[in-house]
Design a protein around this ligand. Structure first.
Ligand code: PLP
Length: 427
């Protein structure tokens, strides 16, 4: 809530004049005049440079799963930075904590005997998966050419690299980029018959990419029957199934991975965000034995793919400390226990507000408060800032609710009160 200046932050000198920073997903004609600068965080709260305190309704960009300001992660990162911050993971080289993190992630993966390919973030994971699938298909096909077609769900967000942009189920995110991957088809989200009909009508499909819960596209959960039905249809047609768990991975749905919770048995799992809770950028592709075995086979040769910062030492140290917190505080169980309270609280807080048309929820700490008039979403975000809630707009005019997994019942109640107070000012 607005309060006294934060003693740890520098005095505000440029409230109304922005810095040289070019922001992502921003209208810079507005943002260049006024940036919203945050200076610290602790648990589920963050503070701006004027000292105003906010409940972080979004966990940053769906990533701060263990909450902000965890000194133990900062210390693990500092220790690794002083020892050997980074080197390379090309060829046979690797920095030690990356090997331990790979083993820990493989043990948690919703895939038996997984192998872990580290990336620098979610978009890297998506584009890595595209290339991995096509290479796999070539390695395993009798003519060495393989299949290249990919299918994605409408509303899906799969990052901002070229490959992920081509996969986007959000048309606006593809706009203005002619020549994107022509081998991509869209499947109707939530309509199994239509989705399967598209699979059958599209020759040469190698894989389907699906978010278990659509995140940026608006928090839409198509339900377990749709997802397992789609997965089964893929298996029957020998099409790989890729679960994009960049948001849903690492506890968000009340299980370590949504694929495990929903029984999706994916061929590949994509992750990032909660892997380090955002303390340092890192992502990963988790591959099943069916996928990795041909790459590991005698004579397979070099797969010419990798990133300078895949397996980064400081990021791996952050990941190890992060997973230790998630395990010791049993955060997936905490979310499973309290998710219904979060969902009920959001519904109760907004039930009497005509500006809200619905509250959409998905398993775990995932929800969207949908505005009746999507055109008022920025007004709603501004109103909520005045009552101490930080949130952001989803596609379609919903407000993102994906708090840190540490959010407790008192904070859930407080979040509900602040949301009701903020949105009620909209009339
Ligand atoms: N996939 C999904 C489902 C995402 O939600 C995101 C980011 O929000 C990405 C991929 C891309 O991740 P990044 O922004 O780390 O590149």
């Amino acid at each position: 809530m607005p309060n006294t200046p934060d003693p740890t932050s520098p005095p505000q000198t440029n409230a109304d004049s922005g810095s040289a920073l070019w922001h992502g997903f921003a209208d810079m004609s507005v943002v260049s005049r006024s940036e919203f600068v945050l200076t610290r965080g602790e648990g589920s709260r963050v503070w701006d440079r004027l000292g105003n305190e906010y409940l972080d309704a979004t966990a940053g960009l769906w990533f701060a799963n263990v909450g902000h300001g965890r000194r133990v992660i900062a210390e693990a990162m500092a220790e690794q930075a002083a020892r050997l911050a980074a080197y390379s993971s090309f060829g046979d080289v690797v920095v030690e904590p990356a090997t331990r993190l790979a083993d820990e992630v493989a043990a948690l993966a919703p895939i038996p005997n997984a192998r872990v390919f580290f990336t620098s973030g979610g978009s890297d994971s998506v584009d890595t998966a595209i290339k991995m699938i096509r290479r796999w298909s070539a390695l395993t096909s009798p003519d060495g050419r393989g299949r290249t077609g990919l299918a994605v769900l409408t509303h899906g967000y799969h990052g901002m690299h070229q490959g992920g942009t081509a996969l986007s189920g959000i048309p606006l995110n593809r706009e203005g980029n002619p020549g994107l991957d022509p081998d991509v088809v869209q499947l109707a989200h939530g309509d199994l018959d239509a989705a399967v009909a598209t699979l059958d009508a599209t020759p040469g499909l190698a894989a389907v990419f699906a978010e278990p819960v659509t995140g940026a596209g608006g928090v839409h959960f198509a339900g377990q029957d749709f997802l397992t039905g789609l997965r089964k249809a893929c298996a029957e047609r020998d099409i790989l199934f890729v679960a994009d768990e960049v948001i849903t991975g690492f506890g968000r749905t009340g299980a370590w991975f949504a694929s495990g919770l929903l029984g999706l048995d994916p061929d590949l799992v994509l992750c990032a965000k909660g892997l380090t809770s955002g303390y340092s950028p890192m992502g990963a592709v988790l591959a099943s034995e069916r996928i990795w075995a041909p790459f590991y086979a005698e004579g397979a040769g070099v797969w010419r793919h990798g990133y300078t910062y895949g397996g980064h030492g400081v990021s791996a140290a952050a990941g190890l400390a992060n997973l230790e917190i998630m395990r010791s505080e049993q955060l997936p169980d905490h979310v499973a226990t309290h998710a219904a309270t979060l969902h009920d609280t959001l519904r109760a807080a907004t039930a009497q507000l005509p500006v809200v048309s619905e509250v959409r929820t998905a398993p775990g700490y995932l929800a969207a408060v949908q505005l009746a008039d999507p055109g008022r979403v920025n007004e709603a975000i501004a109103a909520l800032r005045t009552t101490g809630v930080l949130t952001r707009a989803l596609v379609g005019g919903g407000l993102q609710i994906s708090p840190p997994l540490t959010l407790d019942t008192a904070e859930i109640a407080e979040l509900g009160e602040r949301i009701a107070a903020g949105l009620s000012t909209l009339g």
